[in-house]
Design a protein around this ligand. Sequence first.
Ligand SMILES: Cc1cc2nc3c(=O)[nH]c(=O)nc-3n(C[C@H](O)[C@H](O)[C@H](O)COP(=O)(O)OP(=O)(O)OC[C@H]3O[C@@H](n4cnc5c(N)ncnc54)[C@H](O)[C@@H]3O)c2cc1C
Ligand code: FES
Length: 287
Amino acid sequence: MTILAMQTEAQVVELSILCEENYRVRLNCEELAQQILPGQFFMLRKPGGSDPLLGRPFALYDTVLDETGRAVGIDVGFHVVGKMTGIMQKLSPGETLELWGPLGNGFPAIQTDHLIQVAGGIGYTPFVATSREVLMQKKYGTDSERCRIQAEKASLIYGVREKRFCADMSDLSDINGLDIQLCTEDGTAGHHGLVTDLLQPMLTNDSNESKIVFTCGPIRMMQAVAQLCEKYNTECWVSLETPMACGFGACFSCVVPTKQTEGEWDYRRSCLEGPVFSGSEIFWEQM
Ligand SMILES: Cc1cc2nc3c(=O)[nH]c(=O)nc-3n(C[C@H](O)[C@H](O)[C@H](O)COP(=O)(O)OP(=O)(O)OC[C@H]3O[C@@H](n4cnc5c(N)ncnc54)[C@H](O)[C@@H]3O)c2cc1C
Ligand code: FES
């Protein structure tokens, strides 16, 4: 079923801190919450003004359910990097944000033994919902689209620069069965090193289990993950965080170079044909 993106004003319910410079804002927006799928995104903008002029894209962190189990709102996890996230960091309950979505393709329907999710920094935000979906804790979207992501087990490899940027994992730690492996570049928590150090043994273990990798984070991290997956012949899907102006295919500000047949390449709009692409489809050297 095709769902059209809606534009609405969403009311802020609460703002909480995830870790240094990272926050979670809860928004009331029932219609979007009932349709959005893990890996899809929406655009947020301050209503009634032109500063900032353009909306900014954010991934679904999770849906919020009422006491009857109906989706009535969404959570947005964000890292303060600029103008809009600077505004969001100061939101109070009752204020509103202009929102349009759901947008983009979301993670694909897959079936595998082991789903390995690899996140860098704030790139872990889409994996709260994917982890809940794959471990059957929660359903997303309309009935016809439910439980698109299926696996016997799920892991999350999560890398940050240093411990103080490591998000409060309580939103993930109640997901029964999710294997979480942390690494820091400076060794202040978890494995001292990069996400690829932890991914490699998972891709090369002797088990006969099938594996699929989802990844989101800094572009060079995703490139390294995609290249490692290619080396070990493992399907890999990357969720790109390309800057976007409109979010629905009209402005071409979000194009990414993708490989075409016979060595050619061409641009694809990340907001429309993405933000999730096959890792082998991206022309990484041109990114
Ligand atoms: C599909 C998708 C999903 C996303 N999901 C999330 C999410 O869940 N959470 C999240 O936090 N982010 C997410 N992002 C990224 C987010 O949209 C961007 O970080 C967004 O630009 C933040 O808006 P901003 O106005 O705060 O930053 P902007 O003002 O747009 O700044 C963006 C970048 O430019 C730099 N910059 C800004 N001003 C200057 C300056 N004067 N000089 C030099 N550099 C400057 C900033 O440091 C920053 O790196 C997502 C992106 C996409 C495409
Ligand atoms: S953001 Fe406008 S075309 Fe993609």
